[in-house]
Design a binder for this molecule. Structure first.
Ligand SMILES: Cc1cc2nc3c(=O)[nH]c(=O)nc-3n(C[C@H](O)[C@H](O)[C@H](O)COP(=O)(O)OP(=O)(O)OC[C@H]3O[C@@H](n4cnc5c(N)ncnc54)[C@H](O)[C@@H]3O)c2cc1C
Length: 401
């Protein structure tokens, strides 16, 4: 399956990781991480930082999966709004999921600071717009439950929204805890750092096709007939991880994105905040360090890559029209466009940890439209599990929740 197609902006903007090639012999390691996207990079960071010996493999290039297609907005809001999540699970757990997501943004910032990786992390506010009257009612409900649970949120009425942002909508929720990154650069940077500092080994173009239990842990097979022996396995294989799971836990979604030509700083909206809306399918947007607008959305259920790709021109036109409807005075011209696949679960939460009795195989499935915050949580939770440290987030994100 192609995880994306078209021209994702990040993989044109950034150089590829140099001097790595496919595995060409058998090897032994303590931990094998399958998947070299942002999730694999953060897991490698957490484990290598403890001195653990790690190997990362990917059947594509490094960071060549969904990570290169991501618009990389970091928000504590999960795909399912809190007022709806509490109808699907215990309120305490739902709030814990939101709080874990909030904390993970700051944790990612700390990782970049500690490793001195320039992932273009920028702390900026988020505006969640009411698309219509129904959206306004939903926002009010959402505001009430977030306030009650001491989550950062402000309500902006239509007049404030118009006055401060020149946006004509019924209202919005605002908070100042979000961020944006260059997800591709972050991933490459973290791998590079641990290659140099901790002898992390990376093998692109190395597909794992099977694994079995052995005396010392696991024997893992690549498609080219090589074996990797390891004590622990981490499955950070993104939306193709289903192959390693006996149970279907996700639905695939096609999503569409564009990056505009650079604009003048003056022509962009105030605060350059992240913007998204209540209506489904929603759109989302941000700006980049070279003053482009990056916008995504128009999600539809994934059937196959060919059908997804055929819709790209039509979907980009819709996104452009929606942009014009929101900001008629900003002269946005599309420069790059692409489509990608991401995955959703019934409660909008990822699956992290061991699956039932499969000991020492850890899943890091940062699913959802806000998957990157989940990748950070997965990396910490898996490190804690391996080292026997209690982590209450397991009850929220584990398979047994
Ligand atoms: C258009 C788009 C916009 C998005 N916007 C946002 C956003 O604004 N904010 C946000 O938080 N998230 C966003 N997401 C989601 C986010 O990008 C993903 O959650 C994140 O990139 C997933 O990272 P990953 O490392 O888990 O997966 P991937 O980057 O897909 O990496 C998994 C890797 O595993 C490899 N692999 C799979 N199977 C095997 C195998 N058998 N053997 C070896 N390797 C294997 C794949 O080749 C792949 O490179 C967006 C996604 C898309 C597509």
């Amino acid at each position: 399956m192609d995880l994306h197609s078209g021209s994702p902006y990040w993989s044109i903007k950034n150089p590829m990781l140099q001097q790595v090639s496919a595995l060409d012999k058998d090897l032994t390691t303590e931990t094998l991480i399958i998947g070299a996207g942002i999730t694999g990079a953060l897991v490698a960071h957490e484990l290598c930082s403890t001195g653990m010996n790690c190997v990362v493999v990917d059947k594509r290039s490094i960071a060549g999966g969904s990570t290169s297609a991501s618009t990389a907005q970091l928000q504590y809001e999960i795909d399912v709004p809190l007022h709806q999540l509490v109808k699907k699970m215990d309120e305490k757990k739902a709030v814990a999921a939101y709080k874990a997501s909030l904390k993970s943004i700051n944790d990612l910032k700390k990782v970049l600071k500690q490793t001195r990786v320039d992932g273009e992390f920028q702390q900026i506010p988020t505006l969640l717009l009411a698309s219509n009257r129904k959206g306004l009612r939903e926002l009010k409900e959402e505001y009430t439950i977030r306030k009650k649970n001491k989550l950062p949120v402000e309500f902006l009425d239509a007049a404030t929204l118009k006055g401060q942002y020149n946006i004509d909508r019924h209202g919005a929720l605002w908070n100042n805890t979000s961020a944006q990154i260059d997800c591709y650069k972050t991933t490459i940077g973290l791998f590079n750092h641990h290659q140099k500092e901790n002898q992390l080994k990376l093998f692109p173009y190395t597909e794992i096709v099977a694994y079995s239990k052995s005396d010392k842990g696991f024997t893992v097979q690549t498609s080219k007939g090589f074996k990797i022996t390891c004590k622990y396995m981490v499955i950070a294989a993104g939306f193709e991880a289903g192959k390693f799971l006996p149970e279907k836990v996700m639905n695939l979604i096609s999503t569409y994105a564009l990056a505009s030509e650079p604009l003048t700083v003056k022509s962009l909206w105030p605060e350059r905040c992240l913007i998204w809306e209540t209506k489904q399918p929603y759109y989302y947007m941000r700006t980049t360090s070279d003053n482009r607008i990056m916008m995504g959305g128009e999600d539809i259920p994934f059937k196959n890559a060919k059908l997804r790709d055929a819709q790209l021109p039509k979907k980009i036109k819709i996104l452009e029209k929606k942009f014009k409807g929101l900001f008629p005075d900003i002269p946005m011209v599309t420069d790059f466009s692409w489509c990608g696949t991401f995955s959703s679960t019934s409660d909008g939460l990822p699956y992290i940890g061991e699956y039932k009795d499969r000991k020492n195989v850890f899943f890091a499935l940062g699913y959802g439209g806000n998957g990157i915050t989940f990748s950070m949580i997965a990396a910490q939770l898996i490190r804690n599990k391996i080292f026997g440290n209690r982590d209450n987030r397991e009850q929220v994100f584990g398979f047994e929740r």
